[in-house]
Every structure is written in structure tokens, then in C-alpha cells.
Design a protein around this ligand. Structure first.
Ligand code: F6P
Length: 537
């Protein structure tokens, strides 16, 4: 049992320290240390990580690093990498890092090296995606596959769709990709709109193969496919499964040879580098896909080996704790200044919030401090014209991560200069603001001046990379994965279960028959009863 977080020496020191610096403005921090913008920067793996606009001093950083030591972040990290069952509530190892471990590595779970199995699945994925991309895989009527529909939800959707959008530039444009996740029938209807069933492959992605949304969509897809192709045998040519559950896959009617497996030591939201990435591999080809895996692995190695003070995910995680628990920021914004990353915030929402949205410690005690913040975001510059007003002049502190790239994949001057100038300017405006004096000096009268004041002192980090590429995407995703781990380790919670999603799912199972049978007795509270009656009427 680890010591209560708020009783640790480092936590107490951080509390005292926070009181001292809570009113120090970023402006004076920069004035005091002329090299701050160079000093509070980490550069590795082609990532320029500027955290100088966070509301910290060198002392804060040292205290946070001390906290990481005291909470045993390094030992916990090593336990994860070596395959220890750190997901204690589910008695599972946590080994998404094994999914990108090079051939020849050794990671032992229950006495068995898991790496050869990972590479067997990767090989099977490579062969299959090559067959689709070259037109060798024929549908039931003999036509090649032109449309790929991924059916999955949560981790079986968000990773594939985010990465597909992010790496669209590298995709085979002769193929059409659609993603169905929602149990809303409109999602399915729109996904198959205009598609020829004879040229359409459904990828049913579900770790458990029991998820209501996915199984409902998969059944509808089977009906749709067979209504056009008129023979049950077509399923073998038009359906493949990505899952850990062979029994359920075969019960659905998909041959085990068309199943791409993975393992219980891969969490759903950590599964985009498991076979769940098949649609992406088909889209970008196995070479690009392997480059992405290499990017992930480079960040895994950085996290595993870099000293805490030079470790990007460690610093990110600690800054998150600082902002969440000391500055009391309730949310964390993520603003990628590249349109290709427009689904990245949505992806991060599951990664971060399903992982660290926890109310009890590993040994089941209620936490007495805030855990995971709310993640949200939008790609730049769109957000600037909607909600940035609140970030700049609202009453809430909203730490922001800006993610930018030097090069655009579509060289259309002056777009990239305008885009990146805006990204840099936002961080500058948030940190330094604009005083009333400055406003008045521009000729604004006293009455209007307060409305134009920017208090500044609003924290942000900036991540700069060369361009959106498969390897860089891998690095970015792994970077956030590991920062989530660091925070979970500090907060003494389990980032690898998701019991909070169960209750609503169970209650829906009770309500389904009550909606379908108008005469079924309903015994909920008065609000729930009235909603059911409204639907029935
Ligand atoms: O309901 C949450 C969840 O269990 C996620 O953790 C997971 O990514 C998603 O559902 C989908 O699960 P599956 O891949 O088993 O269908």
C-alpha cells in the first residue's frame, strides 16, 4: 500500500511552494530568467517541447521531480514495461509497448515471450493489407475490394479513425474508408451509402466482441451485405474480425482464419497498434504503418530510459498534476495546429479520461484530491473563432497544449506561415496578456479599456515537430499514453480499467425491453419512467 499522496513530503513541499508562487506572473518569471524560453525546453526524437509558458519555476520542477521519485514512477514504469500485472483490478499485464517492440525483443508474461506473437499478427496483417491494396483479395462475386468499413467503438474506433485522418496524405486514395461506431442506425446507413456490397469489406473491430454497438452494427452489416450478395458464403470474403475473443468471432460467422488477434494485456484505448490498426495499415500500407510503429517505439524507449528531468512524458505528466492539483485547473485543452490532426483531441479524450477518471486509489480508498482533468480541443485556427475568448478572458484557467509542425504536407504559401504564426501568438497572448495601460496607450478610452485587458498568466506548452508523418504520429500518441501513466502513478489510481462505463450499459439493457414492449411494467424513478413513457407514446 502506498502512502497517501497528500501526506507525502513532496506534496507538502509543493503545497507550501504553491502558496509562495501562486501570484507570480509568467511575465515576471520571463523577466527574471532571460533564458527561460530556452531553459524550459526539451528536445528529443525531433520533438521540440517548450514548457516555459507553464506557471512553474525551477524549484517547482525540482519538487515535482521529487514527487515522481517519491511516488516510485520509475519502478512503476519498469514494472509496466517488464510485463508485471500492474492492472491489478483486472489482474492483467499492461503491454501496449510490446505491440511496437522490435522483433527479437523479449517480454515475458505468464512465463511466455509475447513478442513473437505480436510479429506473427503483424505479418498476417501485412499480407492481408497487401492483398487488399493490390486487388488480389476478391470479394464473393470476384470483384476487388474498393471500400473498407471499420465497425468498432471507443478504442476500436477512435485510434483507427484518428490515425486515418491524421495520415490521410499517405493513404491510397483509390480506396474508400468509412468508420461506423454509434449504435444510431444513421451512422451505419450513412457509412454504406453509395457503396457496392460486392466491393465492400467490413472490419469488425472489438476486443471483447460483445459490445452492444459494434455487434448491432456488425449484424446489420451482415444483413446488408447478404441482401446484396445473396449467399451466406459471402461472409468469408467480406468480413474480418479484430478481437481477442475467437469463440464469439466464430459464433458470429467469421472464420477464425479471417480473425486478427490480440491479447488481454492490451487495453482498448491502448490498442491502436494492435490488430485494431488493420484499417489504417490497409490505408497507408505496411511500410508507413511500420514507420508509425517505430515512432511509437522510439517514444517508448525515451520514456523507459531518459532521466526524469529530460523525459518528455514525465515532464508532461508532472505539469498536468501541477495544473490539476495546485492551479486547480479542471480541464486541459489540446490544440493541434494541423487539420490532419482534427480527431486527435477526441482520441485523447478516451485515452486520458477513461484512464484517469478514477475516484479510488489502487487499494480502493476514496481519493481526497482531484484526479484526471477533462480533455478537450479542436484543431487550430478554428477554435480561435469560437471558444478562445473564454480561454483568454474567462474566469477559468485552461492549460493548453499547442501542437504544430514546421512543414505543411500541402505546400500552399502563405497558409503555413499564417497557421503557425497564429499558434505561436496564442501561447504568447495567453502567457503575457495585455495590461490596461497598454490598452489605453493604443487610444482606447477608460470605459472600454477593461474589456480589452488580457490578464495573461495562462499556462500552455508547445510541441513542435517537422511534419505530420507516420513516425511523428506514433511519437505523439505514445507521448500522451505515457504522460497518462505518470499521472496515474502519482495519483495512485489504476489507469488501465474502466469500470465507470459499466453501470449505464447495464441499465440500458433493462430499458431496451421496456421500450420495445409498450405494456412492460416500469419501476424506475419518476423522471426515468416519464422518459420511457414519452418514447413509447
Ligand atoms: O465501454 C468502454 C469500452 O470498454 C472501451 O474501453 C473500449 O475501447 C470500448 O468499450 C470498445 O470495446 P470493444 O473493443 O471490446 O468492443
Amino acid at each position: 500500500m502506498s502512502k497517501k499522496l497528500t501526506k507525502t513530503k513532496s506534496w507538502n513541499s509543493l503545497e507550501k511552494h504553491y502558496k509562495k508562487i501562486s501570484n507570480v506572473h509568467l511575465k515576471s518569471m520571463f523577466e527574471e530568467d532571460k533564458k527561460r524560453g530556452k531553459n524550459l525546453v526539451l528536445k528529443d526524437l525531433g520533438i521540440y517541447f517548450d514548457y516555459s509558458k507553464q506557471r512553474i519555476t525551477n524549484k517547482t520542477l525540482n519538487l515535482l521531480l521529487g514527487l515522481a521519485k517519491e511516488r516510485g514512477v520509475e519502478a512503476k514504469r519498469d514494472a509496466m514495461f517488464s510485463g508485471k500485472k500492474i492492472n491489478v483490478t483486472e489482474d492483467r499485464a499492461v503491454l501496449h509497448t510490446a505491440l511496437r517492440a522490435p522483433r527479437g525483443s523479449k517480454i515475458i508474461v505468464d512465463g511466455k515471450n509475447v513478442v513473437p506473437g505480436v510479429h506473427r499478427v503483424l505479418k498476417k496483417m501485412t499480407t492481408f493489407s497487401n492483398q487488399i491494396r493490390t486487388g488480389k483479395w476478391k470479394g464473393y462475386t470476384g470483384k476487388s475490394i474498393k471500400n473498407i468499413v471499420n465497425i468498432g467503438i471507443g478504442g476500436s474506433d477512435l485510434g483507427p479513425v484518428m490515425a486515418f485522418e491524421a495520415l490521410k496524405f499517405y493513404c491510397d486514395r483509390s480506396l474508400t474508408f468509412r468508420f461506423v461506431s454509434n449504435v444510431d442506425g444513421s451512422d451505419f446507413a450513412e457509412a454504406v451509402e453509395g457503396l457496392d456490397a460486392a466491393e465492400t469489406l467490413f472490419i469488425v473491430a472489438s476486443k471483447t466482441f460483445t459490445t452492444l454497438e459494434t455487434m448491432t452494427n456488425a449484424e446489420t452489416a451482415k444483413k446488408w451485405s447478404l441482401s446484396h450478395l445473396k449467399n451466406d458464403k459471402a461472409v468469408a470474403k467480406h468480413f474480418v474480425a479484430l478481437s481477442t475473443n475467437k469463440e464469439k468471432v466464430t459464433a458470429f460467422g467469421i472464420d477464425a482464419t479471417n480473425m486478427f488477434g490480440f491479447w488481454d494485456w492490451v487495453g482498448g484505448r491502448y490498442s491502436m497498434t494492435a490488430s485494431i490498426g488493420l484499417s489504417l495499415m490497409i490505408a497507408i500500407g505496411s511500410k508507413n504503418y511500420h514507420e508509425m510503429l517505430d515512432g511509437f517505439h522510439q517514444m517508448d524507449e525515451h520514456f523507459r530510459t531518459a532521466p526524469l528531468g529530460k523525459n518528455i512524458p514525465v515532464i508532461m505528466g508532472l505539469l498536468g498534476v501541477w495544473n490539476n492539483n495546485f492551479l486547480k485547473a479542471e480541464t486541459q485543452a489540446v490544440f493541434p495546429y494541423d487539420k490532419y490532426l482534427h480527431r486527435f483531441p477526441a482520441y485523447l479524450q478516451q485515452l486520458t479520461m477513461e484512464s484517469n477518471g478514477k475516484q479510488v486509489t489502487l487499494d480502493g480508498k476514496n481519493v481526497s484530491y482531484e484526479t484526471g482533468p477533462i480533455y478537450w480541443g479542436e484543431s487550430g485556427t478554428n477554435g480561435q473563432h469560437s471558444f478562445y475568448q473564454l480561454i483568454h478572458q474567462g474566469t477559468k484557467i485552461i492549460p493548453a497544449d499547442f501542437i504544430g509542425f514546421k512543414e505543411s504536407l500541402n505546400n500552399l504559401p502563405p497558409h503555413q506561415d499564417y497557421l503557425i504564426a497564429n499558434m505561436i501568438a496564442q501561447g504568447e497572448a495567453l502567457a503575457f496578456g495585455k495590461t490596461e495601460k497598454e490598452v489605453k496607450a493604443e487610444g482606447t478610452d477608460s470605459e472600454l479599456a477593461p474589456h480589452k485587458v488580457f490578464n495573461g498568466n495562462r499556462p500552455s506548452s508547445t510541441f513542435f515537430l517537422d511534419k505530420v508523418s507516420p513516425a511523428n504520429l506514433g511519437k505523439l500518441v505514445a507521448m500522451y499514453e505515457h504522460s497518462v501513466f505518470v499521472q496515474g502513478a502519482i495519483w495512485d489510481i489504476n489507469p488501465f480499467d474502466q469500470m465507470g462505463v459499466e453501470l449505464g450499459k447495464k441499465l440500458a439493457q433493462n430499458i431496451i425491453p421496456e421500450l420495445q414492449d409498450k405494456n412492460a411494467a416500469i419501476k424506475h424513478d419518476s423522471s426515468t419512467n416519464a422518459l420511457i413513457k414519452f418514447y413509447r407514446s
